[in-house]
Write a protein that binds this ligand. Structure first.
Ligand code: HPA
Length: 263
């Protein structure tokens, strides 16, 4: 059975309009969604089995206000299996279910002193620094336009929602590094020279796949640390999870407000 049919069997007639991918430690937004069905990825053929702590591996279908949404609690990353297209099937499944918009969230390192841990950044654009692409090897999925890949109107709506809530939403450029090691301080200096504001190991491949599938994309990064070399001391996954968990309350409020106003 393909995942679209598997989902239709669990939630007959349910047609989500927006899909949301929740990043590391950011699962709590799912609590804002009145559930219609919770489906473990294990029951969805081709969906990834999460190997990273902080990722649940479950699809929640439900409603935020009147808006039907699909929330992907957990993603797979390039560094897990060396596959850049690990999220292709889940994203394309969301498009096939009827989602016109994909909202991507992630935990990220900040390259800006004015975006401390806990700060939120709306993604205006990305830099793919990995040298790989989720569309490698797919001859009928080539030459996707990446201008305005992060929909400017959706970014404005995110900014308006943040303003109404009194939450500061920075905007900036996200740079995708492959991981799983964190970056060196020299790599971070290079990334800043290239124009990056936040660094992470996800999101960009999902945006590429979503744009190919004709979806609009919005992205929000939660800063969990200053990037390598910016402040004394090292970087660890523990800090990513704890800071993401504490910042996820702001992210949840922001997404709820944004989705309540979505039209
Ligand atoms: N680098 C890459 N990915 C990350 C970081 C970082 O500093 N923090 C959270 N995810």
């Amino acid at each position: 059975m393909n995942p679209v049919d598997a989902i239709a069997a669990r939630a007959p007639g349910f047609r989500p309009r927006v899909a949301v991918v929740l990043g590391t430690g950011l699962g709590s937004f799912a609590d804002e969604v009145e559930p219609v069905a919770d489906i473990p990825y294990a029951e969805l053929p081709g969906f990834p089995q999460p190997t990273v702590r902080g990722h649940a591996g479950q699809l929640r279908l439900g409603k935020v206000g009147a808006l039907p949404v699909a929330v992907l609690r957990g993603r797979t990353h390039y560094y897990e299996f060396g596959k850049a297209d690990g999220m292709r099937l889940p994203v394309e499944t969301m498009a096939a279910l009827g989602c016109e918009t994909l909202v991507l969230t992630n935990a990220a390192g900040s390259l800006r002193m004015d975006m401390p841990p806990g700060a939120l950044m709306g993604i205006a654009d990305h830099i793919n620094f990995t040298g790989v692409n989720p569309l490698f090897g797919h001859p009928n999925r080539r030459f996707v336009d990446m201008v305005d890949a992060y929909d400017p109107a959706l970014l404005q709506q995110l900014a308006a929602a943040a303003k109404a809530l009194g939450i500061t939403l920075h905007t900036g450029v996200y740079i995708w590094f492959n991981g799983p090691s964190f970056e060196t301080p020299a790599e971070i200096r290079a990334a800043r020279t290239l124009g990056a504001d936040a660094v992470g190991m996800s999101t960009a491949p999902e945006t590429i796949v979503a744009r190919h599938a004709g979806m609009k994309v919005a992205g929000v990064s939660v800063m969990t640390n200053y990037a390598a070399g910016m402040v004394p001391g090292g970087i660890g996954h523990e800090q990513t999870i704890t800071t993401a968990n504490s910042a996820s309350a702001d992210l949840s409020r922001l997404l709820r407000r944004f989705l309540e106003g979505y039209s």
